[in-house]
Design a protein around this ligand. Structure first.
Ligand SMILES: [Zn+2]
Length: 238
């Protein structure tokens, strides 16, 4: 039979209650440190970072295609210029015809190149708009992340302060316990909840009902006796 006077029993209950509160505070702190919204924003930032790389690459490819076409246009224009000069100088009708045919096909080639250039320039405008859009999205996400982190940091600080306060209180109560009760408490706490109370005939630690006979004899014991729950072995403070 465990013997503990009223003051020691009160201290046991206090330590037990504080340990439960410390456990809850620790869970809350862990949750605050792993905020879902922060994770979600970080994920979106990663995704938009890939999208931005792709949009930049797309823009660069279009620009290099346009540069290539522009230099083709220059070449074709130079050849047209040369053929026009040549057309003035040729003497035979056969040569004249050949130059005219070449000029004809060069003009078609030039027109095709200019069409392609125009299409590419329109695509480039869209690509630039896409880059700006993603950049703005990322700016917005970064702002959200900053604000979420500040919120998270605030919560974490508050919870850490609570945890420190609870732990100090717990230590103050625990050191006032008799050494035997300290050892007993630690042994029981390592296996589960060390201290319980009764809720009707239920044990507050395991939530199981204590049978009527056990309950009656438990209640009939002297005040400085400390019964234990027949189900979970927690010390029951009556
Ligand atoms: Zn129990």
């Amino acid at each position: 039979m465990i013997i503990a006077n009223e003051k020691q029993q009160k201290l046991l209950l206090e330590v037990g209650t504080l340990d439960l509160a410390i456990g809850r505070a620790q869970t809350n702190l862990t949750e605050a440190e792993h905020s879902d919204s922060v994770e979600s924003i970080r994920k979106q930032l990663l995704e938009t970072s890939e999208a931005l790389l792709q949009a930049h690459a797309n823009q660069e490819n279009l620009q290099s295609d346009i540069n290539k076409i522009a230099s083709d246009v220059e070449l074709v224009e130079a050849r047209i210029q040369r053929d026009l000069e040549k057309a003035k100088q040729v003497s035979s009708e056969r040569e004249q015809k050949a130059v005219n045919q070449e000029l004809e096909s060069l003009k078609i080639r030039l027109s095709n190149l200019e069409d392609s250039e125009l299409e590419l320039m329109e695509a480039l405008e869209l690509a630039k708009v896409e880059v700006v859009k993603i950049t703005q999205q990322r700016t917005q996400l970064n702002l959200e992340l900053e604000s979420e982190l500040a919120k998270q940091n605030g919560q974490t600080l508050t919870l850490s302060a609570q945890l420190t306060e609870l732990s100090e209180k717990r230590e103050r109560a625990f050191t006032q316990l008799d050494e035997e009760l300290q050892k007993l408490y630690n042994r029981k706490a390592s296996r589960g909840i060390a201290v319980a109370q009764t809720l009707g005939r239920d044990c507050s630690a395991c939530r199981l009902s204590i049978n009527a006979v056990n309950f009656e004899s438990m209640m009939a014991e002297p005040a400085d006796h400390l019964p234990t729950c027949p189900n979970c072995d927690a010390m029951i403070i009556r």
